[in-house]
Ligand binder design. Structure first.
Ligand code: PGA
Length: 213
């Protein structure tokens, strides 16, 4: 089965010119590309995703972008509940509202869950995975593994994947310091794909990840 590979560019690259260059280098793959909002409207691509959205479809929310706006642009996916958003104050309630709104607008949410260093992964994930998750892609992203180079061992990640799969029939991805050397170790233990941050900013490395996964 084909694996789902997602590029989360986060707040990168810093200019439209660089963004276009990176996009041109990866647009012939079937990876889901999630650039910052400001670049979304210039990229014509079948597998375009956003990194966040609001829980309302329109209204007095200065600085926000609604799922409906994204859908209207041709965006198909949206990352929800990323730990870097949660760190800015997003609660489980907010995340749940965003999931609902994204689904309502016709977007496929990529729902990030995972424990912080020292926390019990199963306990945390149990709390995070709630509401109606039909049509949602789940990404297991241990927070301590994001952007640190300290990836979660495929063996350990596999146990969490199985824990999630016992309750939910959804596709489950792994994310957290993925690189081309370890990419296939996660798909080998059953993950349906990968959520890639840092390494997705290097087109060559990202394409290697796609190939190896
Ligand atoms: P990373 O980020 O690959 O740089 O660890 C993953 C993510 O935040 O989705």
């Amino acid at each position: 089965m084909k694996k789902i590979i997602i590029a989360n560019w986060k707040m990168n690259p810093a200019s439209m010119q660089e963004a276009k260059r990176l996009f041109d280098a990866v647009k012939n793959t079937e990876a889901i590309i999630c650039p910052p909002f400001v670049y979304l409207s210039v990229f014509k691509y079948k597998f375009l995703g956003a990194q966040d959205c609001h829980w309302e479809q329109s209204g007095p929310y200065t600085g926000e972008v609604s799922p409906k706006m994204l859908r209207d642009l041709g965006v198909k996916y949206v990352i929800i509940g990323h730990s870097e958003r949660r760190a800015l104050g997003e609660t489980e309630e907010i995340v749940e509202k965003k999931l609902k709104a994204a689904l309502k607008a016709g977007l496929t949410p990529i729902f990030c869950v995972g424990e912080k260093k020292g926390e019990n992964a199963r306990k945390v994930i149990n709390k995070q995975l709630r509401g109606n998750l039909k049509g949602v892609i789940i990404a297991y992203e241990p927070v301590w593994a994001i952007g640190t180079g300290d990836f979660c061992s495929p063996e350990k990640a596999k146990q969490i994947r199985e824990f999630i799969k016992k309750k939910f029939n959804n596709k489950v991805l792994y994310g957290g310091s993925v690189n081309s050397k370890i990419a296939k170790d996660y798909t080998k233990v059953g993950f349906d794909g990968l959520l890639v941050g840092g390494a997705s900013l290097n087109a060559k490395e990202f394409k290697k990840i796609i190939k190896n996964a």
